[in-house]
Design a protein around this ligand. Structure first.
Ligand SMILES: Nc1nc2c(ncn2[C@@H]2O[C@H](COP(=O)(O)OP(=O)(O)OP(=O)(O)O)[C@@H](O)[C@H]2O)c(=O)[nH]1
Ligand SMILES: [Mg+2]
Length: 532
């Protein structure tokens, strides 16, 4: 039985860890206290049974305590309040450590026959003018294995008792006894009416199946039954486990945040793509892609363009270098200088993140839609800039195509041809000036002078080759831009997965784990199995 409790306690501990920051802090603290307290109590041995007599002042707790102990151990009387600190009556040999844990200074060891390992506690009143009394009562009723509430015909309807103690412990009916003392003051009909009324009030408090025992500490009526009931609990050696079980169930119920109904949704392709698109825009992917295309065209022109006009291209900087993006990417890449996201782009990212979170949360109940959204949008502010910073790590594969080299060589040859033609023509001009042009005949082809042919032909051929190469380079630039776009978006996708999708899904998974842990802690699994 305690093995089962161990399992439930472990589940509650897991639930506490999962609930922290997600569920109401006070409930988490309460559950954590239960885990700690239960660990201590189990460590002290469940063989002993701690029974506390609690109730309003003058109900007769101390009188009942003495009657059950069979000796006048504590003072009783008309002074209100009478008892100011707790007293223990101890039967058999409960561990000293347990008594130390209960922190009850006054202890009486009883030699007479009685349930072995029973610790009976007389408490001060809970409705005292003395706040110290109330604190002591609250401290001890957390620790006791069985709570015996002692009331009298005047005080059984006390609002403080019902509201402050009974209602919050509605799940603890199994570890409580309710005693209507001073029954000798009423006739039989009065006792019956009182009991019926109190039982009705208890039901209204949520404490079902909790019978009221009418007793009289003065005449001894009903005491034997009460004694037997307490002895039976002590002999069963299950009171501690039952009490802790009730505590664990109540604590688990306190942590239960929307475990009842509703199903999580699924993050579809469309939401992912919308997010990647929005992040890519905000991180400046289109600017990089455009720069890739332009850089390729510029570099192609520098290698394959008409040599005489290449210098014009050199005047403008390389578009990729201007963004401080490396050609091949790498971890050590410098921070690119991309423009930050615009307000519209930021809004786009926020909307996409929220949309994705809503899909992930599906129709989960509160507080999960909010928790999933918070998880998905945790990096909303930082994500675009963080992404932009890593753009340099993406390999843009900006290698020069081999054919550029061949065209470059061809252009050099053609430029050489043109140059030879020009020099030749200049030579002819010089000869003409020296009037030596008739000495050296100028060769001709189809009536056109060879030097002219060389100069003009070389120039025209160079221009033609440059134009053809530019057309092919343009196609290449388009392909490279597409490729870069894919690579960059892949990176954006990975980051989106890491910063948005995974946290959102982790939140949904946390709910599943929390709800499973709480179901185990509440022993619902066991009940369900039994029901099958
Ligand atoms: N008639 C009658 N009087 C009782 C009974 N039990 C206790 N009394 C009297 O009620 C008064 C209060 O009894 P206590 O036992 O001191 O009450 P208590 O609940 O311990 O009170 P506090 O210590 O102040 O919380 C005493 O005068 C008792 O003699 C009973 O069953 N019948
Ligand atoms: Mg008393």
């Amino acid at each position: 039985m305690s093995g089962d409790l161990d399992r439930r306690l472990a589940a509650l501990g897991e639930g506490v860890a999962l609930a922290r920051g997600r569920v109401d802090d006070a409930a988490v603290a309460r559950a954590e206290a239960v885990v700690g307290r239960a660990g201590r109590r189990l460590g002290l041995g469940v063989e002993a049974t701690v029974v506390a007599l609690a109730g309003p002042t003058g109900a007769g707790k101390s009188s009942l305590f003495n009657a059950l102990a069979g000796a006048d151990l504590v003072e009783t009387g008309r002074r209100r309040p009478m008892t100011s600190s707790s007293t223990a009556a101890v039967w058999g040999e409960p561990p000293d450590a347990l008594l130390d844990w209960l922190d009850v200074a006054r202890r009486h060891r009883l030699d007479g026959a009685g349930p072995d390992g029973l610790v009976l506690l007389d408490l001060p009143d809970f409705d005292s003018v003395e706040s110290a009394h109330r604190e002591e009562v609250e401290r001890v009723i957390e620790l006791a294995d069985l709570l015996v509430w002692v009331v009298d015909p005047q005080k059984y309807a006390d609002a403080a008792w019902h509201e402050r103690y009974l209602r919050p412990m509605a799940g603890h009916a199994g570890v409580m006894e309710v005693v209507l003392n001073q029954a000798d003051l009423l006739d039989d009909a009065g006792v019956a009416a009182c009991r019926a009324d109190l039982e009705r009030l208890l039901r209204a408090d949520g404490l079902r199946d909790l019978p009221v025992r009418a007793v009289s500490a003065r005449t001894g009526a009903g005491l034997a039954e009460l004694e037997r009931a307490i002895a039976a609990r002590a002999a069963g050696r299950a009171a501690a486990v039952e009490r802790l079980g009730a505590d664990v169930r109540a604590a688990a119920a306190g942590l239960d945040a929307g475990c009842g109904d509703g199903r999580a949704g699924r993050i579809g392709r469309a939401e992912r793509e919308r997010l990647v698109g929005a992040l890519a825009e905000a991180a400046g992917v289109p600017a990089v892609v455009a720069a890739v295309g332009r850089a390729h065209r510029r570099r192609g022109a520098l290698r394959t363009g008409w040599p005489a006009a290449r210098w014009v291209r050199r005047l403008r900087p390389d578009p990729l270098h201007r963004l401080r993006l490396p050609d091949r990417g790498g971890e050590e890449a410098a921070r690119p200088s991309l423009p930050g996201p615009t307000a519209v782009q930021r809004a786009g990212v926020a909307t996409a993140m929220r949309g994705l979170a809503a899909s992930a949360a599906g129709d989960l109940p509160d507080p999960w839609p909010r928790l999933v959204r918070e998880a998905a949008t945790r990096h909303e502010e930082r994500a675009p800039a963080a992404l932009a910073e890593t753009m340099g790590e993406v390999d843009l594969r900006m290698t020069a195509p081999l054919w550029w080299r061949a065209v470059d060589a061809l252009q050099l040859v053609l430029a050489g041809v043109m140059l030879v033609g020009i020099l030749w023509l200049l030579g002819l001009v010089a000869l003409g000036w020296l009037r030596l042009d008739d000495v050296v005949p100028t060769p001709e082809v189809d009536g056109i002078a060879v030097p002219t042919l060389l100069a003009v032909g070389g120039a025209l051929a160079g221009l033609l080759v440059a134009m053809l190469a530019a057309a092919v380079t343009r196609l290449g630039a388009r392909r490279r831009a597409r490729r870069a776009d894919r690579a960059l978006r892949e990176r954006v996708g990975a980051v989106a997965e890491e910063l948005v999708v995974d946290p959102a899904q982790a939140e949904v998974a946390a709910r599943e784990q929390l709800c499973a842990a709480l179901a185990t802690a509440r022993a619902e699994g066991r009940r369900a199995r039994r029901g099958r």
